[in-house]
Write a protein that binds this ligand. Structure first.
Ligand code: 3PY
Length: 348
């Protein structure tokens, strides 16, 4: 609450309606941004209207710094590596109006708590769909054509000569691809893969997707889909229902030649079951942009498997998409602070 000429104003937007002109620096809402390397486009937008405080290091702020940074702020600009729970809301205090995450995933935010306190929550769907789909195709190819394994052979002396059967892997052309979680990213991945000559796309999920007919994809129950697929791509969103969705039973339904790719969340896979499937040859290989935990310790068992490609959660890391994500996040904050419709607000 601020006092202006004897009038008590609840928010920045009311001050603006009173035609008091551009707010002075002391009247500006304040934002805590949990990384210093957010693309300029987002930070510059925020700075036009807000006092912006950036966490100084390129790692997630330790808990104590997150709590300190958010104290008294009007808005929080965060990402998937920041756990936003009751303690953070309490530390922020009553000024907090909006939390905007620079991500499409939002399972790191306690939405119940936000709702209780009437705090808006913004996220960044759509703008990263292409980048994640592109990376999904890249991991699929890196896994099937054994790119990292082959690269290592150059340095470890394994490349002795051109050999007829050395470093061979299956092509995508003529194969059956199953997409589990046929939302925006799953569908875009299928569109990109069409160019590789896939014979059949299958998908599973709770409902039919009208877009599937353009793509030429058929919906099947997961138990019928898995035994038919040469490639299984997981783009399932994380939720309590999808935790450890890919378990031993599902890996056992896959072909021994199957390649499994996950670019959604590590938590949707029972990782021990995946490791077992890779070690025993239950499936041929896996390509993962996501895993548990993140970052994965360098001595983790998963990293010792030659048939597993592991990438450090860079699905959305296209330059264009990260710029767009920063911009949408900033606009989510600015519009929420002015009580205007946000570009991408989560319904609480
Ligand atoms: O946006 C997300 O949810 C990510 O995982 C990172 O882009």
């Amino acid at each position: 609450m601020v006092l202006v000429s004897g009038i008590q104003c609840k928010s920045f937007s009311i001050l603006r309606h009173l035609s008091l002109g551009r707010p002075t620096s002391s009247m500006k809402p304040s934002v805590f941004v949990t990384r210093p390397d957010v693309p300029d486009v987002g930070i510059n937008l925020l700075k036009e209207r807000c006092d912006v405080e950036l966490w100084t290091k390129n790692i997630a702020p330790p808990r104590s710094e997150l709590l300190k940074g958010v104290t008294g702020k009007s808005a929080l600009f965060c990402n998937i590596a920041d756990k936003i729970d009751k303690e953070v809301f309490d530390a922020a205090g009553p000024n907090l109006k909006v939390i905007a995450t620079m991500s499409v995933g939002y399972e790191h935010i306690d939405l119940e708590e936000a709702k209780k306190r009437d705090i808006k929550v913004g996220y960044t769907p759509d703008v990263l769909t292409y980048a994640v789909a592109e990376l999904t195709v890249a991991i699929l190819l890196a896994t099937s054509r054994r790119l990292f394994e082959a690269h290592r052979e150059i340095f470890n002396g394994g490349w002795t000569s051109w050999s007829p059967s050395w470093m061979c892997g299956p092509s995508i052309k003529g194969k059956t691809v199953g997409i589990v979680g046929f939302g925006r990213i799953g569908q875009e991945t299928a569109r990109l893969l069409k160019g590789f000559g896939v014979r059949q796309f299958l998908y599973s999920g709770r409902k039919d997707h009208p877009e599937a007919s353009d793509i030429g994809a058929f919906r099947l129950p997961i138990e019928e889909l898995l035994p038919q697929c040469d490639f299984v791509i997981c783009t399932l969103a994380m939720s309590p229902e999808t935790k450890h969705y890919f378990n031993e039973k599902l890996f056992n339904l896959m072909k021994p030649s199957a390649i499994f790719v996950n670019t959604s969340r590590g938590g949707v896979v029972d990782q021990d079951a995946l490791i077992k499937a890779l070690e025993t040859g239950q499936i041929r290989a896996a390509g993962l942009d996501v895993m548990t935990p993140e970052p994965i310790p360098p001595d983790h068992r998963l990293l010792s498997l030659p048939n597993c490609v592991v990438i450090p959660h860079i699905g959305s890391a296209g330059i264009e998409s990260r710029n767009d994500m920063a911009e949408v996040t900033a606009r989510n904050i600015l519009t929420a602070l002015e009580n205007k419709p946000m570009p991408a607000e989560l319904k609480l």
